[in-house]
Design a protein around this ligand. Sequence first.
Ligand code: ACM
Length: 635
Amino acid sequence: MRKFILFIICFLSAFDILAQGDISSDKLHIIPQPVSVTEEKGFFRLKSNTGIFATSQEAAESASFLASMLNKPTGYRLKSELTHVVRKDNSIMLRINQKRIGLLGNEGYALKVTPNQIRISANTRDGLFYGLQSLMQILPPAVESRQPVLNEIWQVPCVDIQDYPRFSWRGLMLDVSRHFFSKEFLLRYIDEMVKYKFNVFHLHLTDDQGWRLEILGLPELTSMGAWRVPRMGSWWSFAPPQPGERADYGGYYTQEDIREIVAYAQKRSVIIVPEIDVPAHSLALIAAYPGLSCTKLKYSVNPGSRFNHEDDVLCVANDSTWMVLDKIFTQVAALFPGPYIHVGGDEANRSFWSHHEPDQELMRKEGISDVAGLQSYFTKRLEKLILSKGKKMIGWDEILEGGVAPEATVMSWRGMQGGIKAAGMKHEVIMTPSHYAYLDLYQGEPLVEPETYSMLRLDTCYAFDPLPEGIDSKYILGGQGNLWSESVPNDRQAEYMTWPRGFALAEALWSPTNKRNWPDFVRRVEWRFQYLDEAQVKYARSLYDPVITGLIGADDSIKVKMESEITGIDIRYRFDGTDPDIFSPIYGVRPLDIPKGATQIRVRTFRKGRPLGRQINYPLKELKDKDGNPVKSKS
Ligand code: ACM
């Protein structure tokens, strides 16, 4: 009887999913879309006695990793073993190619599923790891469960996949300064990012609102710089610290924490890129060591209040600045084994330098004619320091101003132009243009989203192409999504802002351009939501909500426009203060006239008669045009 009830429940929930949308289970749903997929008939069935085999010691780590990923949801006790026999029934075989297959490169893999065996092969351990990720994506959604799922049929469709990435730099950045995220959360974030084959985790470790890295010999950095007064509400409007107020919001990573994070990431083919943002965004550093600023005044770590951005800039001419930077970057280089250190360089208000005599004197001595040149001097000197530690330097695209450091890698965020210019000068480039890749922006109708600014919908993210036409691809390492955390006060919100836009970026960075297809991507995203539910990862369903704007029609009256980024859904609305249902009018293509006396429009999306998105109750007097300005009729 219990079995029968379970069957009915499974049947009903499968029906529920299908009824909610056009998401079908008969095609594969891998994100990012692989280079080549040939679907074949039949299934491999994972059982409690399936063998997991590595054909060499090099593949053994991946085999035991796979066993541990499968054991949790299945409740099986699968073990991995070394074998030299290539064919075994009821087995998963992992192999590092003895003879390198050129096409697969350093990160590609081949995954072949037959009814008797699953074979994953690659030239490298990284490639094998990505093969495992694709395998996990073609298992049922329950594979993401944190507890054993009994009665699941662990079926894998037969398929032949050959896959490799378009770009070598596939990054996500998390700002751990504006809000602090625990070590445990960073590990969980790495777990999620690698499922979509991201391989760079950039940590924005320092800013005006907190210093997050222990540096031995500079204790005030973490005893003072890591803590600010707690505030809640709208960022930039927070009250500054009050006299005597306790600064108890914050935290930092000890060097031991960093070693743990780095080792965890390394095991998952991820490099951590640390960012120490200088010469600006340095108020937390200056709060700890006031002697490093031009003013030498006493400052507090900023809690998210408006402040004078002249104050967060280091004095370039001060020898102590260089002594402290040497200490910091020496330890950063030793802690992070990856090849790159990010030094920020963005948004420096250079005006103190123009009326601070020691900086003026330095400019005269060095023959520097303007303050942009002084920042260039700072960055070039810093690059020498970074290179002397055996690392390459990355900076935001402002480092191009006043003359770029000779070997710098440029991270282009103010659009693609900085990256294009840098590539033209034969510098390596990582594209992170804010209008495609800033994950802190709204992803749906602002009225129902947690407060932030501007707009980056999933379809815009999906349109990102890091390689501008006519640019030599060898200089474009890849791209990255950046999650600034001013409006991200907790772990769950960091997940919400990352997924599913992270899926879109993953596909932009991995999949060949001819394999990218928005409707098919949406189909896969919707299927993937079930996996996120199983994994208890928060994500945004904002793609189901229309964005509502106002406009002035030819008759000078205000009209309501609604835009959905996906097709196949009905946007239903009511102006009379009641909730829309499947009997309410459907929005077509023409903006709506507002009925006399209406004060509100209530909107919700439906598919196949079932509600999909959130209900939006929009006060008509708050209608804004597409640029965010209030809509006013002339009459
Ligand atoms: C930045 O967004 N200031 C790099």
